[in-house]
Design a protein. Structure first.
Length: 147
């Protein structure tokens, strides 16, 4: 059975860089296998604002609900960092509006047609037609997912 519902946006926040958020950064990689000796010092700091936000005036954070993008690693409750200054390209995960409703989908162009695709086989692809009011609102650049 296919579903027409999608992963949707439940909240939108604007970006405001009030102060730098510098977090310790280990310059050595962290082993995902057997433990390795840790360095006793931190070589650098990482400002998450600089790392995650390229266009501050055009960057928004959105919280999502639904499971249509689960195979893209986007889960209910995740926060997406969205850059409205980026031109959407085929293959990007985007925030789009369809008849006024926000949704999260993969944008695809193929053979002169455009689609909004789920990353869950239980959901139906949406072919964008002239009769629809669709706007690609922004490109998802990062997913914040609690492990």
């Amino acid at each position: 059975m296919t579903k027409k519902n999608s992963t949707s946006v439940t909240k939108i926040w604007g970006f405001e860089a009030r102060t730098a958020l510098e977090i310790p950064l280990f310059t050595e990689g962290v082993s995902a296998g057997f433990p390795s000796p840790a360095d006793d010092f931190i070589d650098k700091t990482l400002d998450l604002n600089e790392f995650l936000v390229t266009h501050p005036a055009a960057t928004f954070f959105v919280r999502v609900e639904g499971t249509s993008m689960i195979e893209a690693g986007i889960h209910p409750g995740d926060i997406l960092i969205v850059d409205r200054a980026l031109e959407p390209k085929s293959g990007n995960v985007v925030i789009a509006t369809l008849n006024g409703d926000f949704m999260v989908k993969r944008f695809r162009r193929s053979r002169g047609k455009s689609y909004l695709l789920a990353e869950n086989p239980a959901f139906t692809p949406i072919e964008i037609t002239d009769t629809m009011h669709v706007e690609v609102w922004g490109v998802v650049t990062y997913v914040i997912h609690k492990a």
